[in-house]
Design a protein around this ligand. Structure first.
Ligand code: SAM
Ligand code: SF4
Length: 344
C-alpha cells in the first residue's frame, strides 16, 4: 500500500496549481543594459545590506526544496554571474533533497558574459544546465540592444557551457519590431547547427516604463511565420507546465534536426499551468512576474523564524496567487520593479 506523507507541504493556490519551480534572483545588478529590461542609466541598486547573504539564500533554498517540495531552481537576476559565490551557492543547493529524496534540478539564466571562465566550475558544483540570452548575432545590433559591445563574450560563454556538458544549452531571444526581426532566422540556424535549443520570448511589459508597446512586440504568430520561411516545423506536443511551446525542426542539408520554442506570455498566456514561485535578491516572494504585491521573507528570516514558519509564510503568499497576469485586463499596470530587479 502507498504511504501518504502528511509531513510534506506544498506551495498550492486557490486554482489548484502547485509551485515546484523556483526562480531565485541573486542580484539586481547587471553588466548589460538591455533596452527591454533596464533603463540606460539611473536605476538605483539594492543596498548591499538588503541583499540576501549566501547563507540566507541557501537557507531559503533549503526551505523551498526540503519543506515545500520545490524540485527545480533557476538562478537569475540581474546577472547571476556577477555573484562571485555562485559556485558555492550551487554546490550547497545540489546537496539538498526533496521530501521524496530527489536532488533539485539547478539551472542558470545568464547573459553569458564570463561564462567561458566559469562554466566548467559551475558544472562541477552541480549546475545542470544554462539558458543564455542572445538577441542578435550581428555585433553592432547586439551592442545597440544590450547597450554594451559584448557579443564575442556571449559566444565564448555559450561554447564553454556546451563543452562543460551543461545540456541542453538553451538560448533565449526577445524579438522586437524594427530592431532584431531580421535575426529570427539566423539565430535559429546558428542554434540548430550547434544543437542549442532556441526559445523566442515575446516582449513583455516589464522593462523601463513606456518601453513596451503591443505594436512593437513581435507576436508568436509572426515569429513562427518568419521561421517557416526557412525551416520545416511540426508541433512537439504537450507543453505541460513549461512556458515554451516547442516545435520540432526537420533536418536539412545545412543543419541537423532540432527544437525551437516560443514563450508567448502575452498572446498565449500559460498562467493556468504556471508552477513558478520567485524570490527577489532582497528576499521578497513574488507569486508572478506581474504581481503588484510581494511578501517579505528576509525580515522574518533575520528575526529568527524557523524553517516551518518561513514555509508557512511562503505557503500563505502562494495561496493568494492571482489566476493570471492580467496584461489584457483593463487598468493593467506594470509592476513597480522591472525585470532585472524581479529576477526574470
Ligand atoms: N541577466 C540574465 C539574462 O539576461 O539572461 C538573467 C536575467 S534576465 C531579466 C532573464 C530573461 O528575461 C532574459 O532572457 C531576458 O531576455 C528576459 N527579459 C528581460 N526583460 C524582458 C521583457 N521586458 N520581456 C521579455 N523578456 C525579458
Ligand atoms: Fe541584464 Fe539580463 Fe536585463 Fe539584459 S536582460 S539587462 S542581461 S538582467
Amino acid at each position: 500500500m502507498t504511504q501518504v506523507r502528511t509531513d510534506v507541504r506544498v506551495l498550492g493556490d486557490r486554482y489548484g496549481r502547485v509551485a515546484r519551480d523556483l526562480r531565485m534572483s541573486l542580484t539586481d545588478r547587471c553588466n548589460l543594459r538591455c533596452s527591454y529590461c533596464m533603463p540606460a542609466e539611473g536605476l538605483a541598486w539594492l543596498p548591499t545590506e538588503d541583499t540576501l547573504t549566501d547563507a540566507e539564500v541557501v537557507r531559503l533554498l533549503r526551505v523551498a526544496v526540503e519543506t515545500l517540495g520545490v524540485h527545480t531552481i533557476r538562478f537569475t537576476g540581474g546577472e547571476p554571474l556577477l555573484r562571485r559565490s555562485l559556485e558555492q551557492i550551487v554546490a550547497a543547493a545540489s546537496a539538498l533533497r526533496t521530501p521524496d529524496g530527489q536532488a533539485p534540478e539547478l539551472s542558470l539564466t545568464t547573459n553569458g558574459i564570463g561564462l567561458d571562465k566559469r562554466a566548467a566550475g559551475l558544472a562541477a558544483a552541480g549546475l545542470t544546465r544554462v539558458n543564455v540570452s542572445l538577441d542578435s548575432l550581428n555585433r553592432e545590433r547586439y551592442a545597440r540592444i544590450a547597450r554594451r559591445d559584448r557579443l564575442p563574450d556571449v559566444l565564448a560563454g555559450l561554447a564553454a557551457a556546451d563543452a562543460a556538458g551543461l545540456h541542453p544549452v538553451k538560448v533565449n531571444a526577445v524579438a522586437m519590431r524594427g530592431l532584431n526581426e531580421d535575426d529570427i532566422v539566423p539565430l535559429a540556424a546558428f542554434c540548430l547547427a550547434r544543437g542549442y535549443r532556441l526559445r523566442f520570448i515575446e516582449h513583455m511589459p516589464l522593462g523601463p516604463e513606456h518601453a513596451w508597446d503591443r505594436t512593437t512586440m513581435v507576436p508568436a504568430t509572426e515569429i513562427l511565420a518568419a521561421l517557416a520561411t526557412r525551416f520545416t516545423l511540426t508541433p512537439a506536443g504537450q507543453r505541460g507546465a513549461a512556458p515554451a511551446e516547442e516545435w520540432l525542426v526537420a533536418a536539412s542539408d545545412d543543419h541537423p534536426a532540432g527544437r525551437i520554442g516560443v514563450i508567448a506570455s502575452v498572446t498565449r498566456p500559460f498562467c493556468a499551468d504556471c508552477d513558478r514561485t520567485r524570490v527577489t535578491a532582497d528576499g521578497q516572494i513574488r507569486t508572478c512576474l506581474f504581481a503588484r504585491t510581494e511578501t517579505d521573507l528576509r525580515g522574518p528570516l533575520r528575526a529568527g523564524a524557523s524553517d516551518d514558519e518561513l514555509a508557512a509564510i511562503w505557503q500563505g503568499a502562494h495561496h493568494t496567487k492571482a489566476a493570471g497576469h492580467g496584461i489584457d485586463a483593463p487598468g493593467f499596470t506594470q509592476p513597480d520593479r522591472g525585470m532585472s530587479a524581479i529576477g526574470g
